[in-house]
Design a protein around this ligand. Sequence first.
Ligand code: FMN
Length: 217
Amino acid sequence: MAQLLQVDASPRRSRSHTRTLVREFVDRWSEGRPGDTVIRRDLGHEPPPHLTEDWIAAAFTTPGQRTSQMREALAYSDHLVDELFASDVLVLGVPMYNFGVPAMLKAYIDHIVRVGRTFSFDPEAAAPYTPLTSGKRAFVIVGTGDAGYEVGGPLASSNHVEPYLRTALGFIGIDEVEFVYTGNDEFGGERLQRSLEFARNRVADLTAEREAVAVAG
Ligand SMILES: Cc1cc2nc3c(=O)[nH]c(=O)nc-3n(C[C@H](O)[C@H](O)[C@H](O)COP(=O)(O)O)c2cc1C
């Protein structure tokens, strides 16, 4: 049995292409692995708070020396990190906003990329940073208004979603990340439909491999 963590970052509801494709991904996955469980984290509708000075002071204090106020400041972040540790497969729906990730997803990343929890830091070590998660895979469905942001595409150099997420997730130990793009939302019509169809086929191909995913059980 595996656990999926479904993370939706679009504030749109039925109009959101990433939400639709993430749902399709999770439904297809669950059809093939009915014993797997799904946790849903809706950043689009319940955005995580931005970090505060209290949060930063608490995160950089060793756990044994934290006051109850500090523990309180980190409670939500701890919950998100626990959710991540409990999951084997992440499925993220990410609208591209101004060439990067939406602010609610950036805030989420700030809560889960945590010293002492998802990475360790030793200034004396030859390699000072060590990721503290392992064995997880991620699938990221990116929605864009234009098209051609994928590697090798005409707008690839403007894509700050994929390089950022690969770096941030890789930093905590999630290196196996697949990206699926759906574009042309601004153009609509045939172009949008073709793009959605392409993404849908990618989702079908990726979920068809679910049996091969090396997850616990
Ligand atoms: C504030 C905002 C900024 C956007 N910035 C970009 C952008 O930089 N590049 C792009 O191709 N599309 C951009 N778009 C279009 C969205 O990426 C597109 O509508 C996508 O389908 C959103 O995902 P969703 O359908 O899941 O909501 C932007 C949309 C909004 C609302």
